[in-house]
Ligand binder design. Structure first.
Ligand code: ATP
Ligand code: MG
Length: 175
């Protein structure tokens, strides 16, 4: 049985660092959109291209778990709906789903972002103080039940038949 690991956490929480370790430990395919946005488009976000990239990456992640290797999806996933959709889709492929949540307090977050700016400028994106404040306000922290996968996946929001349909709307290139 293959595993899809989903990294969850705020910018600078350490997701990509941990995702690299997981990929090494499990021989997993790591999908980190930031490493594609900059070479392809020269920007972290560009007219919704990030959503398009993530949709095809999610499609690829599901192909991969069907074929064999474990996968690490390194998106951040601030919203519970996004996480529910990815869990549902992974389990629909017969894969195991593991949510990897990396909590980070504001002070540590700022220190890590500063460290990254100092050590990896050019391969990552600088974040403003406003970006950090916005992220902390928007982020929907996974509760213990969600982190441990103890409960059934939520139903999709009203108006959606299933999470596959929801995901195709959220990530246009998914379907
Ligand atoms: N456990 C840790 N302890 C101390 N420093 C860490 C830890 N994990 C990561 N870092 C450092 O913090 C910085 C941010 O880490 P990383 O790039 O992995 O975060 P991220 O969650 O992927 O951020 P983003 O959402 O912006 O992609 C890096 O400089 C990294 O070396
Ligand atoms: Mg990262």
């Amino acid at each position: 049985m293959t595993t899809l690991f989903l990294m969850v956490g705020l910018p600078g929480a350490g997701k990509t660092t941990r995702a690299r370790q997981l990929a090494d430990e499990h021989g997993a395919l790591r999908l980190t959109p930031d490493e594609w946005m900059l070479p392809l488009f020269g920007a972290p976000e560009s007219d919704g291209k990030r959503d398009v990239l993530e949709g095809r990456m999610l499609w690829l992640a599901l192909e991969a778990v069907r074929l064999g290797p474990d996968v690490v999806v390194d998106y951040g996933c601030w919203s519970r709906d996004e996480r529910s959709a990815i869990r549902w889709l992974a389990e629909a492929e017969g894969a195991r789903f593991r949510l990897i949540y990396l909590p980070v307090d504001a002070e540590t977050q700022r220190a890590r972002l500063a460290h990254r700016r100092a050590t990896a400028a050019g391969v990552t994106f600088p974040l403003t103080e406003a970006d950090i404040v916005h992220a902390r306000a928007q982020f929907e922290e996974p509760d213990a039940a969600e982190r441990e996968g103890r409960t059934a996946v939520d139903a999709p929001p009203a108006g959606w038949t299933d999470w596959r349909e929801w995901a195709a709307d959220r990530w246009p290139s998914f379907a």
